[in-house]
Design a protein around this ligand. Structure first.
Ligand SMILES: [Zn+2]
Length: 192
């Protein structure tokens, strides 16, 4: 394909006009981090026929032969399976626990806590690692939480993609284009 250029000046920087990516069921591919493409990637996907355009920016781009609005929301034509197991990563673990210490709720200086300490055979796994602030982690040391009067708010568990998606929805991005709102929060209960 030929390359596209922004029609109006000033020219667009690569980070401007990001495009929200929906799965084929019109749910965001990811809430947190929000699934976004650069406008260049979005335009490319349109031309490769991989997406349906759902919403547009007012700005347009053009190549030598063609002009089009920059897509603000696109939906993948092929459904991406969301039932796979999430990777056991630092980010996903903190996301599962809502970026808060499971003991005191503090969002500051998060670390990993082995709920059953390693020296007692505790594994580094979804079911034994919890987000803990450094104070709580230090206080607990290599002991069991119950011996320290500390109770995790949630017992560590292996989350599904859907559970992580639900957690991610609690962290709205800094930038939201108005055309995204219908797709980000369309099934959230309305407050009276
Ligand atoms: Zn804490």
């Amino acid at each position: 394909m030929s390359s596209f250029e922004p029609v109006n000046r000033p020219s667009l920087s690569p980070g401007e006009c990001p495009c929200l990516i929906l799965n084929a069921d019109y749910q965001p591919l990811s809430y947190f981090p929000l699934s976004l493409w650069s406008w260049q990637d979005a335009v490319k996907a349109v031309f490769l026929d991989r997406v349906n355009i759902v919403g547009n920016y007012e700005r347009t781009v053009r190549s030598t032969s063609f002009e089009m609005p920059i897509p603000s929301v696109v939906a993948l034509k092929d459904y991406v399976n969301q039932d796979r197991s999430p990777a056991f990563t630092r980010f996903n673990l903190f996301l599962r626990d809502g970026f808060e210490c499971v003991y005191c709720g503090s969002p500051d200086e998060l670390t990993f806590d082995h709920v059953i300490p390693r020296r007692m055979g505790g594994r580094t796994s979804w079911t034994n690692i919890a987000a803990a602030c450094s104070d709580c982690n230090l206080r607990k040391g290599g002991r069991l939480p119950k011996n320290m009067g500390m109770v995790p708010r949630v017992k560590p568990y292996r989350p599904t993609m859907r559970q992580l998606q639900a957690q991610g929805r609690k962290f709205p991005p800094n930038y939201l284009h108005e055309s995204w709102l219908d797709y980000l929060y369309w099934d959230v209960e309305l407050e009276a």
